[in-house]
Design a protein around this ligand. Sequence first.
Ligand code: GLN
Length: 205
Amino acid sequence: VPVIGVFALQGDVAEHARVLAALGARVVPVRAAADLGGLDGLVIPGGESSVMDKLSRLLGVAPAVREAIASGLPVYGTCAGMIMLADSIANPIGGQQSFGGLDVTVQRNAFGSQVDSFETALEVPGVSGEPVHAVFIRAPAVLRSGGEVQVLASVPASRLESGRPAKAGPVPVAVRQGNLLATSFHPEVTGDWSFHRYFLERLVR
Ligand code: GLN
């Protein structure tokens, strides 16, 4: 049975825990460096990245997460979790930092109008044979991705909120780089578990 941590300082921790447990994982909440020991994988939930960052530095767990990422621990970040994994944030709040590891630049709250939320069906060959139902809630967009980054799914650039920096071509919303997986959207709230399954089967193994 894989032991999967859910980073539990802030965000939709319970939703991820429920999906992972239903898929057969033993789920451990991660709030301190000691909680990272013995994990086969880690999920960083959706929520508010600036708060997650502030708490993780305040509580001193940030360096240990960085080390775990660098040492090859499989990590899956959704939405705010994607922002925490990004090497660079185009529009950080104040001195907002990320854990990094994923060679991308993300823009926070990049989609939609008004409430910055939408749902769509995504083609994600390699992850699911069926279109994946994806819910975007004040979601980040990947503005730049390095050569090692594999783009698993994209949405049309027309989804980007007007007034944001223009980007040519489709906007990546699901990416993988080695041990790291990140989605702009929230599979943990939809009942579509294909990304959690992909994480457990392909990254955690
Ligand atoms: N906008 C949030 C952030 O910047 C992310 C939103 C989410 O996780 N649903 O962290």
